[in-house]
Design a protein around this ligand. Sequence first.
Ligand code: AMP
Length: 397
Amino acid sequence: MKIFVVNAGSSSLKYQLIDMETETVLAKGLCERIGTSGAITHKAADGRVYTADTPMPTHTEAFEAVVYAMTESPAKVIDSFDEISAIGHRIVQGGAVFSGSCLVTPKVIEQIEELGAMAPLHNPAHVLAIRACIKTFGEKIPQAVVFDTSFHQTMEPKVYMYALPYEYYEKYGIRKYGAHGTSHRFVSHRVADLEGKDIKDLKIIVCHIGNGASITAVKDGVCFDTSMGFTPLDGFMMGTRSGTIDPSALTYIAEKESMNAAAVNEMCNHRSGMLGISGVSNDNRDVCKAADEGNERAKLAVDMQRYQILKFVGSYVAAMNGVDAIAFTAGIGENDADLRSNVCANLTYLGVTIDEEKNHIRGEEVKISGSDSKVSVYVIPTNEELAIARDTLALIS
Ligand code: AMP
């Protein structure tokens, strides 16, 4: 059985074809510049690659290019899309409407569209992709949607509410929703598997640290709290996002610089974080390199991010009254041994020790805590596509 996983943006479309018997990737690819020029890069698991510049005025033409790449190109992996049992879409915002994955129906499409106000860069693009799939493949291939937010729907009101006038929660749904839920769910369940325990018996902190980054506290097998909020801007500083700051600082800057709400939003989302502080780059490798070479602002950016991560970890230890396991994942979490060492060096009060040899193993699941550590610490490569494919398979089974 094969599942096709789609992660659509407004001008891009990432995909993977996964064989569910072996849970291996048969092919993956990326369509870029949808709406303008159009290009596809398609890679088969055996190393064959197909690339082409091909007009993609809409997502429909992008899917047509994917069909060609998968079934006819020199890097083809299947004879026909009839071999595909279902399509699973990653959806960024499910609001309070979706507490789990579900099959696509006209009503579901409408609800995802309505939630677009809370994820204007993402949800409308997901809807375009779902509709393009219906157009390209008809109704014969079932489609499922898997939400970044649904894992966080178990948070209690005391956790997800903001202390703003209650009417804005009622009128506009202003509250914490979180993000990266598919990754947090996948990684926390892997932690439980590796610990050989029921996830319900563990207190776990998952640090998903990539260009976008969030930390989640998992208790009784479900999300208890998470660092991202109403939008993925909240939490600790990221590549270009500020994370949590005093809103008065923003109104002050807005007044001084004559910025409207959209300009403030743009500043916080695209010109802040590691990029804003270092002035070097949003990319962690570039910032760390500059810091090592003596760039003071780059060093400050690195120090700030690590300190903020540490504070979230500490606050979730307090919120859960303890922690059994901490996991690092995503681009930085999986690859930056120095960041992991640095954060864990400040967790000795919990009895955390790190085996530095294991901490430097790359590209695989590894328990990096020392044999005497009171808390297990893991590096777990995240696999959101596999999680989406598993949910999709479960829904059609
Ligand atoms: P993601 O958004 O999960 O793809 O993560 C992207 C981030 O991971 C970027 O900031 C990269 O600089 C960072 N990253 C990737 N590889 C490494 C590495 N070997 N060392 C440090 N950071 C890395």
